[in-house]
Unconditional design. Structure first.
Length: 108
C-alpha cells in the first residue's frame, strides 16, 4: 500500500476573523491560536510581518494551510492586497467549509 501526500494549498477565508494566541508564534515557528472555540496550530501569513505574537495577543485569522491557520496582526490592514483574488475551490465556504470537512474526517 502506498500513501500519496498532496501538497498543502493555501485557502483564504472570505472574511478575516479574530483569534487569540495561546502559544507564542514567531517568524520561524508556528504556535497555537484559540479560534472557533478550540485551539489550532497557527503561523504568520508572511514570515517578515512581525517578530512574534505572545499569548493573549489578538490576531486576524485570514486563511489556512492544511490544518494550520494563517494569521496577521490585528492592526495589519495591508494583507488584502497580498491575498489572491480567488479562494481555493476545494472549500468555497471558507471557515464553514473547513468545519464541514473536519466533521467528515472525524466521522469516519
Amino acid at each position: 500500500m502506498s500513501l500519496i501526500v498532496a501538497p498543502e494549498t493555501i485557502e483564504f477565508f472570505a472574511q478575516a476573523a479574530i483569534g487569540e494566541v495561546e502559544q507564542t508564534i514567531t517568524r520561524n515557528q508556528r504556535g497555537r491560536v484559540k479560534f472557533l472555540a478550540t485551539t489550532w496550530f497557527a503561523r504568520f501569513y508572511q514570515s517578515t510581518a512581525q517578530t512574534q505574537a505572545l499569548p493573549g495577543t489578538r490576531v486576524k485569522v485570514i486563511g489556512r494551510e492544511g490544518l494550520t491557520l494563517l494569521v496577521v496582526a490585528v492592526g495589519d490592514d495591508m494583507y488584502p492586497q497580498q491575498m489572491p483574488a480567488a479562494r481555493s475551490e476545494s472549500s468555497p465556504l471558507g471557515v464553514l467549509g473547513l468545519l464541514q470537512q473536519m466533521g467528515a474526517w472525524f466521522a469516519a
